[in-house]
Design a protein around this ligand. Structure first.
Ligand code: GLA
Length: 502
């Protein structure tokens, strides 16, 4: 680049190469790297990309899985501030910083949280850049792997533990799955979610961080209990928690997982959004579907891309056994009901081997009442959803165990017909109906209101007239014959789950 700079009365033509800086001008301009160690031996890298022109500042924050442009930024000499959300957003995070030499210090200000200080050092031009794009493959149908003829049942680490778990925790969870009676009730998968990863060795093989010293040995242990082991990765260069993903190593990772003895893979979009458009998701997911199939090992394939791109219409075609239909659940009545009661339209896409996944269970995590957890379990069973407990199985209340192991309720979820319930009625109470094998039906009467309710269920409400035998699945009691009407009492935020058979 040719720059003409006036210096002390004469004009010099100066050639500046890309990457060189003019000191005293735009001193903030650069790629600033902050590296914060995690407890497991990995390092979380965040890159602040700053471009300073006088008092004008533009740029972005590059988190491991995503890049967020500044929307509101300014500079004053070596001081600056920016945000990634407009001032109208009451929850926005504001970053205020100053530069001293080749280090910037940033105070992160979030509403309702203590301020946090980070430092970042001037990094190379490559810092935080996404790797080169690899073209996604052309579409073709991936043959059905024959697995998950009923919705998968098991446990997953994320909801309760996030990153705070390790090999010993997973072994204890496997033990507890057996000793609590969950295994006998049908639970079998012990699924490790994000934060087990370290990096790649010289051969491109993915490695585990110090929380998981030997994944093969862990799989052997879980298998010795008659259970199965699941793992997690992303089609992107980074996972949602910022750990290494499978991008460009899909075959390597599928082979590694198979060698370790992995039985289930949750494949989470996250960092893939830095490389691919949402419209390319199907091809990207197909790539891992093919790679898993090529291993020859039966591995349940769980797609996690939050229900974008109408995944229920193509999840099965990429070899998927289940696909998330929503964003992340949290342990609240609002989150659980917003997700659970929002699933009606996906119903027709559920079938043996291929399930809608409204996310993992929160039962037993403490944020809801037992009535609310019974609603959660009932709704998931009606939806033919995967039943992946998300609590600490080592310390469950007797009521939590009863909710998670109610055989009658589990049988609704695991019914061989594989139909998903549909909503029949929404005012006052919600009534959902699920067709079961052998000419039977399940009916859920859900009270979303703030007061206990007694209601009369007419056979016409559910189009099940003509003398069905009635069983109340939470009371575990037969209730005679349902001719024309029956009275149902439902506590606030509770459910009456009924089975009707001839
Ligand atoms: C996403 C997923 C979660 C969990 C986390 C892990 O948010 O939706 O279920 O896997 O990533 O980082």
């Amino acid at each position: 680049m040719k720059n003409r700079i006036a210096i002390a009365g004469f004009v010099a033509a100066l050639s500046i190469g890309a990457g060189m800086r003019i000191h005293g001008q735009g001193g903030l301009t650069g790629r600033w790297v902050s590296r914060v160690p995690n407890d497991d031996g990995t390092v979380r890298e965040t890159v602040y990309v700053l471009n300073q022109q006088g008092t004008t500042l533009t740029g972005s924050i590059v988190f491991p899985g995503a890049e967020q442009p500044f929307v509101d930024a300014s500079a004053n000499g070596d001081s600056f501030s920016f945000s990634t959300a407009p001032a109208t957003n009451p929850r926005r995070t504001v970053y205020r910083g100053t530069r001293t030499g080749d280090t910037i210090t940033i105070t992160i200000v979030r509403p309702g949280r203590p301020d946090q200080e980070v430092t970042a050092d001037r990094g190379p031009d490559s810092a935080g850049r996404a790797p080169a794009r690899i073209e996604p493959p052309a579409l073709h149908p991936v043959p059905d792997n024959g697995l998950a003829r009923t919705p998968p049942m098991g446990w997953n680490s994320w909801n309760h533990f996030k990153a705070e778990f390790d090999d010993a925790t997973v072994r204890q969870i496997a033990d507890a799955m057996v000793s609590s009676g969950m295994k006998a009730a049908g639970y079998s998968f012990v699924n490790i979610d994000d934060t087990w990863e370290l990096g790649r060795d010289a051969n491109g093989r993915i490695t585990t961080n110090r929380k998981f010293p030997n994944m093969k040995a862990l799989a052997d242990y879980v298998h010795s209990k008659g259970l199965k082991l699941g793992i997690y990765s992303s089609p992107g260069p980074a996972t949602c928690a910022g750990y290494v993903g499978s991008y460009g190593h899909e075959t390597d990772d599928a082979n590694t997982f198979a060698q370790w003895g992995i039985d289930y893979l949750k494949y989470d979009w996250c960092g893939a959004g830095r490389i691919y458009k949402d419209s390319e998701m199907q091809a990207v997911y197909q790539k891992m579907g093919d790679a898993l199939r090529a291993t020859g090992r039966p591995i349940v394939y769980s797609l996690c891309q939050y229900g974008r791109q109408d995944v229920w219409t193509w999840g099965a075609a990429v070899g998927g056994n289940l696909w998330r239909t929503t964003g992340d659940i949290s342990d609240t009545w609002d989150s659980m009901t917003r997700i659970g009661f929002g699933q009606d339209e996906h119903g027709p896409f559920a079938k043996p081997g291929h399930w809608n996944d409204p996310d993992m269970l929160e039962v037993g995590n403490g944020g809801m009442t037992d009535d609310e957890y019974r609603t959660h379990m009932s709704l998931w069973a009606m939806l033919s959803a995967p039943l992946l407990a998300g609590n600490d199985l080592r310390s469950m209340t007797p009521e939590t165990v009863k909710i998670l192991t109610n055989r009658d309720v589990i049988a609704i979820d695991q019914d061989a017909l594989g139909r998903q319930a549909r909503r029949m009625h929404q005012e006052g109470v919600e009534i959902w109906k699920k067709e079961l094998s052998g000419g039977a039906f399940a009916v859920g009467v859900f009270n979303r209101g703030a007061a206990d309710a007694t209601m009369t269920l007419h056979c016409g409400d559910v189009q099940l007239c003509g003398g069905y035998k009635l069983r109340d699945l939470w009371a575990q009691a037969d209730r005679g014959v349902f001719d024309d009407r029956t009275t149902v009492s439902v506590p606030k935020h509770g459910v009456a789950l009924l089975r009707l058979s001839r």
